[in-house]
Design a protein around this ligand. Structure first.
Ligand code: UGA
Length: 432
């Protein structure tokens, strides 16, 4: 396989597109990024990075001369033989993935003047999409476009490192030069490569996210049972995780998984199965457990406070997980809405997600510029996102600021003893 410098196109400059573009630029390739959002393209040209992703701005700055930003698809196509597609596939009301942005790209691609172009699908799509796109290319006289499925496994907040050190690279194609060309691009990273057909590659992505979500819902249910029987879920997860067949990862209980991927992909796989005549019962439960888990916090507050009408609750952290400002499907959204609906007053603080949160949080939520500000006069606090600054809080100072005593640790991230030493009551998730 060659390690020659390629010219690559990346369509869509969201977090997958930008990280992929920056990663390939770091590997020495020329990357032409295209986005329909002219304002965003201008910001990128001006050297701004429109998303919060640790380390990404540095990689973009260091490889600036190999990164080109434009709104013109044709320009990217001219120079690049591989066009990575990384546009959004949000869920629709039915639970199916919305492929409108993908088909807008497919339809906008001009007939290639020569053979030797391929699109490489990074966006998460239902099984069968690759075959459908190849058919569409045929209908449009663009059958010379190759098609490769190369699903993305980056985690937000650790995406740059995940690009550099992937657990695996999955490449689905039906023979021909394009799959080999994609494999050659990833070869310097030295990770295992799974070469397979297009539909199987699409399924690897959906099944991986669905399995990880299942692990989380499973440990959340174990945590709930631990609470009922007096066991400690941390000890249970440690004991389970040492079995190599189970593994230690994704066994952290909490107040539910969120983000732009797990909720959407679990729903999409369930829907895909349903559309094909198969009722995926397990995933129905995974989704339901996750929804209930977000709401269990309210019961914990009621257990300690009695009625929460008129009580002030501080939310520490809003993003769906730390190291990101992403608020999509964040548990904080459901929790805040439930608390307000039950008559509580909510004051929230997140170190980076406030701007995003202001757009999505229900009306009535107050925002604070600091953790202690959010805790001022609070009857109870809920740790929603395990940012490290919350683990380092001065609990004596917290106790002085709060009117009440209750700290609900929604991520089992705090030191219960440190909290209790300050005279506060601690309530975790399945923790003894
Ligand atoms: C997830 C996958 O981990 C990536 O492999 C995948 O590429 C990505 O989706 C995607 O499809 O694009 P991400 O959504 O960034 O990545 O976040 P995760 O770190 O996986 O966390 C997802 C949610 O699960 C968070 O809300 C987190 O708090 C929760 N979680 C995670 C738990 O509640 N417990 C755990 O043990 C782990």
């Amino acid at each position: 396989m060659s390690r020659e410098r390629e010219s690559i196109g990346v369509i869509g400059t969201g977090y997958v597109g930008l990280v992929t573009a920056a990663g390939f630029a770091e590997l020495g390739h020329d990357v032409h990024c295209v986005d329909i959002d002219a304002a965003k393209v201008q910001r990128l040209r001006d050297g701004e990075v429109p998303i919060y992703e640790p380390g990404l701005a540095d990689v973009i700055a260091a490889n600036r001369e190999r990164l080109h930003f434009s709104t013109e698809l044709a320009g990217a196509l001219e120079g690049a033989r591989l066009l990575f597609v990384a546009v959004g596939t949000p869920p629709t009301y039915s639970g199916d993935a919305d492929l409108a942005a993908i088909y807008a790209v497919v339809d906008a691609l001009p007939k290639p003047s020569r053979n030797g172009h391929a699109i490489v699908m990074k966006s998460t799509v239902p099984c069968g999409t690759g075959v459908a796109i190849q058919r569409r290319f045929g209908e449009q006289g663009k059958e010379s476009f190759g098609y490769v499925s190369c699903p993305e496994f980056l985690k937000e907040g650790a995406a740059v490192e995940d690009f550099r050190h992937p657990n695996r690279v999955v490449i689905g194609d039906d023979g021909g030069w394009a799959g080999d060309a994609v494999a050659a691009l990833y070869e310097p990273l030295g990770s295992p490569v799974v070469r397979t057909d297009i539909s199987s590659a699409e399924m690897v992505k959906l099944a991986s996210n669905a399995f990880l979500s299942t692990k989380i819902s499973f440990i959340n249910e174990i945590a709930n049972v631990c609470e009922a029987v007096g066991a400690d879920v941390g000890e249970v997860a440690r004991g389970m995780g040492l079995d190599e067949r189970i593994g230690p990862h994704f066994l952290r209980p909490g107040i539910g998984f969120g983000g732009s991927c797990f909720p959407k992909d679990v729903a999409a796989l369930k829907q895909l199965a349903g559309n094909s005549g198969y009722h995926f019962q397990l995933l129905t439960a995974v989704i339901e457990v996750n929804e209930l888990q977000k709401r269990r916090v309210v019961a914990k507050l009621q257990k300690h406070l009695g009625s929460i009408v008129g009580k002030r609750v501080a939310l520490l952290g809003l993003a769906f997980k730390p190291h990101t400002d992403d608020m999509r499907e964040a548990s904080s959204l459901v929790l805040a809405a439930r608390l307000l609906a039950d008559g509580a007053a909510v004051r929230a603080y997140d170190p980076v997600a406030e701007e995003q949160a202001r757009q999505l949080m229900p009306r009535g939520v107050e925002f604070s510029a600091s953790a202690l500000g959010a805790l001022d006069g609070a009857n109870a606090a809920v740790l929603v996102t395990e940012w490290s600054e919350f683990c380092e809080l001065d609990w004596d100072a917290v106790a002085q600021r709060m009117t009440g005593r209750l700290i609900v640790d929604g991520r089992n991230a705090l030191d219960p003893e440190a909290v209790r030493r300050a005279g506060l009551s601690y309530e975790g998730i399945g923790r003894r």
